[in-house]
Write a new protein. Sequence first.
Length: 392
Amino acid sequence: MFRLKSYYKKCHSALDAESGSLSLILLSIIIASLMIFSFGCAKKEKEIVIGHIAPLTGDAAIWGKWEVEGIDLAVEEVNAKGGIAGQKLRVIHEDDKADPKTAVSALQKLITTDKVKVVIGATLSSTTLACAPIAEQNKVVLLSPSAQSPKITEAGDYIFRIFASSTVEGKHLANLAEKFNIESAAILYLNNDYGVGLRNVIKEKLIVKKISVLSEQGYDAEAKDFKTQISKIKAVSPNALYLLGYPTDMGTVLRQIKEIGLKSKIFAPNSFEGEEIIKIAKEGAEGVIYVYPILSNVEAANAIKKRFFDKYKKEMNVYDGVGYDAVYILSTAIEKSLKEKGLVDGELVKNALYTIKDFPGITGPITFDKNGDVVDRPMETRIVKKGLFEKF
């Protein structure tokens, strides 16, 4: 044993004599590694993570991608200003493919794996309604940028939205009938929570205005052939047709309307404005009149629009805007939670949202009512002229 110890000391001395600099290098590497590790841990501790659930692929992906643009721009700005109470903000984008079951799985993953307490989403009414009970049960704030179904009003205390309910849009759409002296109408609608909810509102408003609803025809999301429904509508010769759906299916409907020769004036909701409409329907989209929410035009909003254009090289639309506004509204509520409890607490964020009044959003002043619905948003009438979406 003594010999081994002596041998070890001799070897150690030799190593120190011949490679003392190597020992210093190794020590420096160890210290540097510890510093990097410590910095990484500290950075992670100062990060606030929220979720975003939207269709990023599939027929409804256009809205999800627009939301992402607005969200990412807002996150960049928030972090450039120092984050939320000194903590960086990060958003995890989840693709629900416009499918309620996929949306539920995405929300469960965000809650259990990512431990989020705040989620932007979902985009569509059907996916939002599917996620609402889970968010409510787990006390997770769910802020939809664009879901419109009237059912969302009663979806839960933790459920909010910054897009007007179909009850608001339906009122604007029904008013078009008076504006154009319509005496009779038909409704062709997508048979899901969004389409059915909007159909019900429009029908109710038209009846009050003494305008006859001659036909109501629904279609499934997977449908590609609408000729049976269009033929039934043509047979009753309504003055106007309310077409309620998503860009891809509405584009196909319009193309088939032209083929069959239905001559009714066509009204559509805000979901109508999308490049797919023109690509699919072509001249079949000409003359369609629709309502659309408008962005704020105050000086601060115009500065935001410029930053958006600089980043994406295109004009900001209302779906970009609601994604942008969602980040800033939630950042305000999260900051209140951090100041009160030192962490992001779902209940505190929820309570803070209910106190927000006239928040200066790019989509206009935002105030939530007792149901988490946004107060009436301004809308304008638009029309398709020579393949372009224009103000009427």
